[in-house]
Design a protein around this ligand. Structure first.
Ligand code: ZN
Length: 574
C-alpha cells in the first residue's frame, strides 16, 4: 500500500506519522528516492510485470517500480533527482556471461585488425597498413613489441593467411604479434619468434599447431593452441602505474557497451593478483567475475582461501574454476566426433581436431572443483569435447549427477540434441555464442556441412528443452556489442546473407534474457541482478530505442545512451 498524499521531506514524514494507516509510515521520507526514472519505456525483464512507467532508486538499489503517479507520490522527495528518459529506454544493465576482461586492459594499446565490420582487417595489405600506422602514429621505437588483435584467417581473400614474411618486410626490427580472432593463437614475425624462442627446432606440442614453410621445419608465422600458450603467458603486462589506469580504461569499454557485470574467462594467477591490486587501489567501476584457469587453479586457491570465493571484494569476485577442452571451430581446432570437410589447419586429412588436455587430467580437475563446491566453467565447442565434458561430469558427480553445481559450458556451439538432454538432466547451462552465425556461419557451413552448421548455438532448442542459456561475445574474439549479440540470436544472419538455422532463431525478449536474468542465474546473482525489481541493484542501461519494439533487423543499430552501476551513472554517450 502506498500513501496518496506524501509530498517530500519533513512535511511528508509528519503526514505519514499522522496517518491512521500504519503501513503508510513505511513510505515516509526516509525512503525518498535518490532518483526516479520516467518518460520512456522501462523494460523490467520480469515476466510478472514486464513494463513499468517509473523506477525509483535509493542507495544504489531499486527502491520501487510502478506507475508514474504511484512512484512519484510515494518516493519523490526534495532531494530526489527526476530523470526524464526523453523517450529513451531503460533496461537492466547487461551481464556479460563470457569474455576476457583482462584482455581489455591492453586492447587500448593494441592494433585492431578485426575483419569488417568490426575492424579494418579485410586482407593482408590492410593489416600491415594498420600496423605501420600504429607504429608511426605512436612513434614506437625499434625493438618494442607491437601487438594486434582480431586477425581472422578465414576472412582473408582466397584463404591465403598472414605469414611472418608479410610482416618482416616492414617490421625487421620490431617484434610483431598479430593475435588470432579465436584468442588461441597468433602470427609472429621473425623478430617476435626470436624474442619468444620459436625456431625450426621448436617441436609442435600435443594439441598445438605451428604452421611451417613448405618443405621446411621453419615456422611460417601462425602458432595456435598449446603451441601459443607459453607465448601468451610471457606477454608483457602493465607496470604498477599502468595497472589502475589500464583497468579503468578496460572497464569503460564494458560500460560503454551497457555492461555492468563483466566476465574474466580464463584467469591466470598473475592476472588475478593484478586485478585484485588494481581493485584495492580503487580501479573498479563495474563488477568483474573471474574464473581462474585450471593450470593456475592451485596457485590461486593457495592465495585465495575458499571462503573468499563467490563474493565481491572491491567489485572483483572469484566465480569458480575454468578449464578448456578444445579450440575454436573457425580455427579448425574444435574437437569433433566427425572430421572437418575441409581437413585440418595444417592440411591434415580426416581431421577432427584434438582435445586440449589429457582426459584423465580433465576428470581429476572436474572432480576437484566439484568436491570443493565451486562453480565450473568448461570451454567446449565441438561435440567430441562436449562428450568429454559429459564423461568428466559423470565421473566427478557419480552418485548425484543432477545436483545444482553451477556448471556452465562456454560456447557449446556444436552441441548435439542428445547432449542438450543431458545438460537438462545434469543441470548444466550452455553459454552460447550466436555471433558466430554472423562472423563464421558461412565458414562453418563449408567446414562442417549445412546440417551441423545450422544447429550452431541452438538457442531455440535449448530454451524449449527448459534450459536458461546465456549468450556472449567472447571479447576480444568479437566486439563488446550487446545489441549485435541480441541481433545475431534473433536473426542468425551470416556475413554472406544466409540465415544460419532459421528454426533456431529466438524472440528479442529471449535474447535479452540471455544477457540479463539468465546471466545473473549463471553467477547465482539472480537475487540482486538481471531484472528491474525492488531490492535488486540499480545496475541499469539506457538505450536509444527499445529492442523489443524495433524491426528485429534494426536491433544491431540500437545505441547505448548511458550506463548506471549501483545507481551511479558511469557512462554517457557523447
Ligand atoms: Zn573465451
Amino acid at each position: 500500500m502506498k500513501p496518496l498524499l506524501i509530498l517530500a521531506g519533513v512535511a511528508a514524514l509528519a503526514l505519514a506519522s499522522a496517518s491512521s494507516k500504519p503501513e503508510v509510515e513505511v513510505a515516509a521520507p526516509e525512503v525518498a528516492a535518490d532518483a526516479i526514472y520516467t518518460g520512456g519505456d522501462i523494460v523490467t525483464v520480469n515476466d510478472a510485470q514486464p513494463t513499468v512507467e517509473a523506477l525509483a532508486v535509493k542507495d544504489g538499489k531499486i527502491l520501487a517500480v510502478g506507475t508514474r503517479s504511484e512512484i512519484e507520490k510515494s518516493y519523490k522527495g526534495r532531494a530526489t533527482t527526476a530523470v526524464d528518459l526523453g523517450g529513451k529506454v531503460l533496461l537492466p544493465g547487461f551481464i556479460d556471461p563470457h569474455s576476457h576482461y583482462f584482455s581489455s586492459l591492453s586492447v587500448a594499446n593494441q592494433v585492431n585488425v578485426f575483419a569488417p565490420p568490426a575492424g579494418p582487417g579485410r586482407d593482408i595489405a590492410s593489416i600491415v597498413a594498420e600496423l605501420k600506422k600504429f607504429r608511426d602514429d605512436r612513434r614506437i621505437p625499434k625493438g618494442e613489441l607491437i601487438q594486434a588483435y582480431g586477425y581472422d584467417n578465414n576472412a582473408m581473400p582466397n584463404g591465403v593467411g598472414l605469414t611472418r614474411d608479410d610482416l618482416d618486410v616492414d617490421f625487421p626490427d620490431n617484434p610483431v604479434l598479430v593475435g588470432h580472432v579465436s584468442m588461441h593463437g597468433a602470427v609472429l614475425n621473425s623478430a617476435a619468434m626470436r624474442q619468444f624462442g620459436v625456431s625450426a627446432a621448436t617441436k609442435t606440442p600435443p594439441g598445438g599447431i605451428i604452421l611451417r614453410k613448405p618443405g621446411s621445419d621453419e615456422p611460417s608465422g601462425l602458432l595456435m593452441e598449446t603451441a601459443f600458450l607459453p607465448i601468451f603467458s610471457s606477454l608483457p603486462r602493465p607496470n604498477a602505474e599502468q595497472e589502475v589506469s589500464w583497468s579503468r580504461a578496460g572497464q569503460m569499454l564494458y560500460a560503454a557497451a551497457g555492461i555492468t557485470t563483466a566476465h574474466e574467462g580464463a584467469t591466470h594467477a598473475a592476472e588475478l593478483a593484478l586485478m585484485q591490486r588494481a581493485a584495492a587501489a580503487g580501479a573498479s567501476i563495474i563488477d568483474v567475475v573471474a574464473y581462474p584457469f585450471f593450470t593456475d587453479f592451485d596457485r590461486v586457491l593457495e592465495k585465495n582461501p575458499l571462503g573468499t570465493w563467490g563474493k565481491y571484494i572491491n567489485r572483483v569476485k572469484l566465480g569458480g574454476a575454468k578449464i578448456t577442452l578444445d579450440g575454436s571451430p573457425q580455427g579448425r581446432t574444435a574437437y569433433f566426433t566427425k572430421p572437418y570437410l575441409t581437413g585440418g589447419p595444417g592440411g591434415e586429412k580426416n581431421w577432427r581436431g584434438e582435445p586440449g588436455f589429457p582426459e584423465d587430467d580433465v576428470k581429476a580437475f572436474v572432480k576437484k572443483v566439484y568436491d570443493l563446491g565451486l562453480p565450473l566453467n568448461i570451454h567446449a565447442n565441438g561435440d567430441a569435447a562436449i562428450d568429454e565434458l559429459l564423461r568428466a561430469h559423470e565421473f566427478a558427480a557419480a552418485g548425484d549427477l543432477s545436483r545444482q553445481r553451477h556448471v556452465t559450458v562456454i560456447h557449446s556451439q556444436f552441441v548435439r540434441p542428445d547432449q542438450l538432454d543431458k545438460f537438462v538432466a545434469y543441470k548444466i547451462t550452455p553459454s552460447f555464442f550466436t555471433l558466430h552465425t554472423f562472423y563464421f556461419g558461412d565458414t562453418h557451413v563449408l567446414q562442417r556441412g549445412k546440417e551441423q552448421a545450422f544447429f550452431l548455438s541452438p538457442m531455440r532448442t535449448a530454451i524449449d528443452k527448459g534450459l536458461r542459456p546465456t549468450n556472449h561475445t567472447d571479447f576480444v574474439v568479437a566486439p563488446l556489442d550487446q545489441m549485435f549479440v541480441m541481433w545475431s540470436a534473433v536473426n542468425r544472419l551470416s556475413r554472406g546473407g544466409v540465415v544460419i538455422g532459421p528454426d533456431q532463431r529466438i524472440t528479442p525478449l529471449e535474447a535479452l534474457k540471455a544477457i540479463t536474468i539468465n546471466a545473473a542465474y549463471q553467477y547465482s546473482e539472480e537475487a540482486s541482478k538481471g531484472t528491474l525489481e525492488p531490492g535488486k541493484l540499480a545496475d541499469l542501461v539506457i538505450l536509444d530505442r527499445n529492442p523489443l519494439k524495433v524491426d528485429p533487423m534494426s536491433i544491431k543499430d540500437i545505441k547505448v545512451v548511458a550506463t548506471i552501476k549501483d545507481g551511479r551513472t558511469i557512462y554517457t554517450a557523447m
